[in-house]
Design a protein around this ligand. Structure first.
Ligand code: SAM
Length: 243
């Protein structure tokens, strides 16, 4: 069977999704607190920026892929209003359950669905916006997932891919020290799981850099792709338009 990477390990392609599921089953209940802690709250600003760039209108149809605990879905739900619809989806039930509880506690009711991004159960040309935040990195066949996102967008629709990316050279040393020395220890103390946060650091290094991802999006049909570097390239927002 073909091999792929799971962090720095090589695994059979057919096994990667199971390994990724193990990570998110393990961290789901501590996911939000870890996000705030390890990014010093910056993930909220990155997501806020994504919402602004998405420029969702009342009445829009939005698909949030790998939506996890629901940060983007909740923000989009407020923008589309009662005439629009946001689908909160993820492949992992534990993450979705955390998200659905948060959404309901906030008084936001929307469809929550288990969905594999590589095989989306939606018709062609269904959505005005498709988003995926910190999810693409974990997918086995990224081109296939991007092609599905393209297929389900309406012509003129926008894909927003928020993901860790390649940091600017001057930040590299400090970022590597933080990623490999601090992050796994934080994971151990707060989430009781060192290995999953080592996987996070490793998977970021294995993810395509800004330009490679831009080309991947173009190769599946996005006519125009903009790249927004955030926090010195720690994170990048790729915005693709289906022309
Ligand atoms: C780091 S979490 C991101 C959650 C949320 N979007 C956020 O930004 O906080 C990554 C998510 O990707 C999901 N995921 C991984 N592979 C997936 C796939 N093939 N299809 C859909 N979701 C997937 C995981 O289950 C996990 O919930």
């Amino acid at each position: 069977m073909a091999q792929t990477h799971f962090g720095f390990q090589h695994v059979d392609e057919g096994d990667k999704a199971r390994h990724v599921r193990g990570v998110f089953d393990s961290v789901a209940s501590r996911y939000d607190v870890m996000n705030d802690l390890m990014s010093a709250g910056l993930h909220r600003l990155w997501k806020r920026y994504t919402i602004t760039v998405a420029n969702v209108k009342p009445g829009d149809q939005v698909l949030d892929i790998a939506g996890g605990t629901g940060d983007l879905a909740m923000a989009f739900a407020r923008e589309v209003g009662p005439t629009g619809r946001v689908f909160h989806t993820d492949i992992n039930e534990a993450m979705l359950r955390e998200g659905r509880t948060r959404l309901l506690d906030a008084g936001v009711v929307l469809p929550t669905l288990v969905c594999d991004a590589e095989h989306l159960p939606f018709a062609d040309n269904s959505f005005d916006r498709v988003s995926v935040a910190f999810g693409l990195r974990n997918m086995t066949h990224k081109e296939l997932a991007l092609a599905e996102m393209h297929r389900t967008l309406k012509p003129g629709g926008k894909l927003l891919v928020l993901e860790f990316s390649r940091v600017a050279k001057p930040l590299e040393k400090a970022y590597d020290w933080y990623s490999f020395q601090v992050l796994p220890k934080l994971g151990k103390w707060v989430a009781g799981d060192e290995a999953s946060y080592r996987y996070l650091a490793e998977s970021i290094r294995m993810h395509p850099d800004q330009e490679t991802l831009r080309q991947m999006m173009k190769s599946v049909g996005f006519g125009h792709v903009d790249v927004h570097n955030l926090t010195g390239g720690v994170v990048a927002l790729h915005v693709g338009i289906k022309c």
